[in-house]
Ligand binder design. Structure first.
Ligand code: BTN
Length: 248
């Protein structure tokens, strides 16, 4: 079990908290060092997308992990981070969330948080930066939502941050217990099983019904031919959110 001891550095403005923390990690920063910025001028999302980060509109946060767990378990870190954000939004803002594979947090089917986990080489060994962007008061994208929109009240960024730090500490300590993370993630994601989805990954796209996740976090997708594909990267879109499908 690894006990995380987060220490948060605060900045008014940074290009990207992930990029700045990667720089600090390359200079020997310890596990648990975290960065919070009021705005990002070059915020980054998954798949080389931009993450719009205007001042005061979101919680822009990154934390440095130096996991002892074998590298094949590292994909579970993003699942654990999604569980932690879900806990924090519920506890500190009263917002229930769904998780869209791999780690988008949704409120009422619209995105409220994105997570960008990046593995990097540092002189102290391979490390992971987990970057979390929570829409507090404004949507990063028109189709997204925010804590303000979900609750109708001004979000308390400090309360959400405090809840996030303790939830990250809790879930990170369970990293060695793969089955607990997979079970918790599956119970909190309407995408885990029986959802008709399209998955696109660059030029390729597949449709199918979700059939749970693998122990390493890969999504099982049963296509129309009955073949089960393992998806390790890409975007998932719900095709008919209300339909229940069978994956067995
Ligand atoms: C995604 O859904 O595409 C992931 C978005 C991740 C955004 C956060 S904001 C804090 C951290 N710094 C970045 O540049 N990106 C992440």
């Amino acid at each position: 079990m690894t006990l995380l001891k987060p220490k948060v550095l605060r900045f008014e403005s940074l290009p990207s908290t992930n990029t700045e923390l990667a720089r600090m990690a390359s200079e020997g920063a310890p596990e648990g060092l975290a960065i919070l910025a009021d705005e990002q001028t070059s915020g980054r999302g998954r798949l080389q997308r931009a993450w719009l980060s205007p001042k005061g509109a979101g919680l822009y946060f990154s934390i440095l992990l130096r996991p002892q767990a074998p590298v094949d378990q590292w994909p579970l870190i993003t699942l654990a981070a999604a569980l932690a954000v879900g806990d924090a939004l519920q506890e500190a803002a009263g917002v229930p969330t769904d998780i869209k594979w791999p780690n988008d947090l949704l409120s009422g089917e619209r995105k409220i948080c994105g997570i960008l986990a990046e593995a990097i080489d540092t002189p102290g060994g391979r490390a992971v930066i987990v970057g979390i962007g929570i829409n507090l008061a404004q949507n990063a994208f028109p189709e997204a939502t925010s804590v303000f929109e979900a609750t109708g009240t001004r979000p308390d960024r400090e309360a959400i941050l405090a809840a996030l730090l303790s939830a990250l500490t809790r879930w990170y300590s369970l990293l060695g217990e793969r089955e607990k993370i997979v079970a918790a993630w599956s119970s909190r994601s309407s995408y885990a099983t029986g959802k008709l989805v399209q998955v696109s990954n660059g030029d390729e796209a597949w449709q199918g019904t979700t059939c749970g996740i693998e122990p390493d976090g890969a999504l099982r997708l049963k296509t129309a031919t009955g073949e089960v594909r393992l998806v390790r990267a890409g975007d998932v879109y719900s095709l008919r959110a209300t339909d229940e499908h069978r994956c067995a």
